[in-house]
Design a protein around this ligand. Structure first.
Ligand code: FES
Length: 99
């Protein structure tokens, strides 16, 4: 089942959208024209990631400062699990995910 999150026309660099889908907090961001969907929860200790800072394609969590490479989801400068990313799906002029 396709769950729409956003209209494609609204996706531009710098976009950040928060969504709740089946009890999961999700974060959709656009970097270098690439939409990336992940759980809005830092894999280190669970801080919300939507308050993190972006430097290119690196997202730094606001709580303890661990940086994650958005291309791979892996932490850049620490040992902790990678970001939990979700596959995106498309339907007409919408982006979302398949459940
Ligand atoms: S909770 Fe994100 S770096 Fe610790």
């Amino acid at each position: 089942m396709f769950v729409a999150l956003e209209r494609l026309i609204n996706l531009e660099d710098g976009y950040r959208g928060r969504f709740k889908v089946r009890g999961h907090e999700l974060l959709l961001i656009v970097v270098d024209r690439q939409p990336i969907l992940m759980e809005n929860r830092c894999p280190h200790q669970g801080a919300p990631l939507h308050t993190g800072t972006l430097d290119g394609a690196v997202l730094r969590c606001a709580r303890h400062g661990i940086a994650f490479d958005l291309a791979t989801g892996r932490p850049v400068d620490a040992s902790c699990p990678p970001l939990r990313r979700l596959a995106l799906a498309y339907d007409g002029d919408r982006i979302g995910l398949d459940l």
